[in-house]
Write a protein that binds this ligand. Sequence first.
Ligand code: IPE
Ligand code: IPE
Ligand code: MG
Length: 248
Amino acid sequence: MPESQSTTCVPRHVAIIMDGNGRWARKRALPRHAGHRSGVKSVRETVEIAAQRGVSYLTLFAFSSENWRRPADEVRKLMGLFIDALRREVDDLHRNNVRLQFIGAREQLDTRLLDKITAAEERTADNDGLHLIVAVAYGGRWDIVEAARRIGERAAAGEIDPADIGEDMLAAELQLADVPDPDLLIRTGGEHRISNFLLWNLAYAELWFCDVLWPDFRQREFDQALDFYAQRQRRYGHTGDQREAVKC
Ligand code: IPE
Ligand code: IPE
Ligand code: MG
């Protein structure tokens, strides 16, 4: 194990944009869905390594609010894959003390998927190992708008004074209200963009991009990202000298 992994600088919360499934399939002259299916193996391995390395929260971007724009057949097969993956993986996750949570616009999901999601969340709710969060039908802008609407409703009802609206109040209405902000964002697939993921919560995340396509993402790449993180100095606006004593 590289030396830096033995330090205490393990990110508490890792968020991943799992990108590149379609290109992985295309390179093999396979349908896009074969790439999505193969990506499930990377998810399984990533969850295991995250737990082994001492990560407390892992948030995976599985389907964005913009991904509804894809061909209906791809969307339908993806939703079927999520249902199958839940059917196959929840027993193991539960055995490994993983707590599962989903974020996103649930009302947009098919009831078959929604039922599986609710059952998985209820079953694993008391687990205190890795907290695994899966973003489905999720968009960072949607999340902020929903939070703003709820605060607006409370202000209109006279429950709060608009002058009291601040960052904490808004953060408390977001999907990840009770979860610390991601420390490290990983994006596979070579694109250097956020694609409407956790816009609010990623404000101070360290960003790590790699060209590897998601179905090829394995322990080696995860450890590279953790090593990169371990070498960062997080300044939050302070000077480097001010932060010297608090690396990571
Ligand atoms: C990520 O892989 C999975 C989802 C967005 C659902 P893509 O399907 O975006 O793969 P590429 O980017 O086309 O290769
Ligand atoms: C981001 O990937 C969403 C997920 C990984 C779920 P996309 O492939 O949808 O992102 P863009 O469209 O290339 O920005
Ligand atoms: Mg993509």
